[in-house]
Ligand binder design. Structure first.
Ligand code: PGA
Length: 242
């Protein structure tokens, strides 16, 4: 059985005062066989990782090398040193804003593994690619090129995030999610790798998403910033069939 994971991506949101929100998430997490992960901005990783046991902490990106002259970057080793256990890699906002290619992502995944981190590898089609009927081809290529050889369920989680559904309130339909997840599942190097859906996941749609076969959890942006909403999503995952 793949692990079941509810991961919150705080993106460029969160100040020290918001650690209270993370505390509230931690109090309600840790039940129902669901792993809860919070990925705050780098400034909060160490503070969060030292605060609770029920929630694991992750970074949102790392450099492909362990140290060196890369002003403004952070290495996987630094994230691990700060207490992180996960790192999100290849998020569409990184691919778009920083022109990251899948080859770049694969190099970062290797760096994450070297530091002992589990990589949450993101992929997904743009609206233009979907309209052109290229969704399955695009996600298959991203998967093949973003995972280094040797990927397994302990070291990789894959998040399918259609770009047009991120932060837009336009969630993909269960049929759309199901088609992509079934396709990805068949292509995974280890069939036990957890497959998350991301893109406008909210308390009101979480149960329907978690009922889709081959969905093992969610990567949640906006709705993970407030404890009440994120805890409702976590509860929906715990209540879904394993
Ligand atoms: P969203 O973001 O839930 O705000 O759509 C998801 C993500 O980008 O990981």
């Amino acid at each position: 059985m793949p692990r079941r994971i509810a991961a919150g991506n705080w993106k460029m949101n969160g100040l020290i005062a918001d650690l209270a929100e993370a505390d509230a998430i931690a109090v309600g997490a840790g039940h129902g066989g669901v792993e809860v992960v919070l990925c705050p901005p780098a400034t909060l990783v160490a503070a969060m990782a030292g605060r609770f046991e029920s929630v694991a902490v992750g970074g949102q990106d790392c450099h492909a090398t362990a140290a060196g002259a890369h002003t403004g970057d952070i290495s996987a080793r630094m994230l691990a040193d700060a207490g992180a256990r996960f790192v999100i890699l290849g998020h569409s906002e990184r691919r778009r804003d920083h022109r990251e290619t899948s080859a770049d992502v694969a190099a970062k995944v290797s760096a994450a593994w070297a530091a002992g981190l589990c990589a949450i590898v993101c992929l997904g089609e743009t609206e233009a690619e979907r309209d052109a009927g290229r969704t399955l081809e695009v996600v298959a290529a991203q998967l093949a090129q973003s995972l280094p050889p040797g990927a397994d369920a302990a070291h990789v989680v894959v998040a399918y995030e259609p770009v047009w559904a991120i932060g837009t309130g336009r969630v993909a339909s269960p049929a759309e999610i199901g088609a992509v997840h079934a396709h990805l599942r068949a292509l995974l190097p280890d069939p036990e790798i957890a497959l998350l859906y991301g893109g406008s996941v909210a308390p009101g749609n979480a149960a329907d998403i978690f009922a889709v076969p081959e969905v093992n959890g969610a990567l949640v942006g906006g709705a993970s910033l407030k404890a009440q909403g994120f805890l409702e999503i976590i509860a929906a995952l715990a209540a879904a069939r394993p």
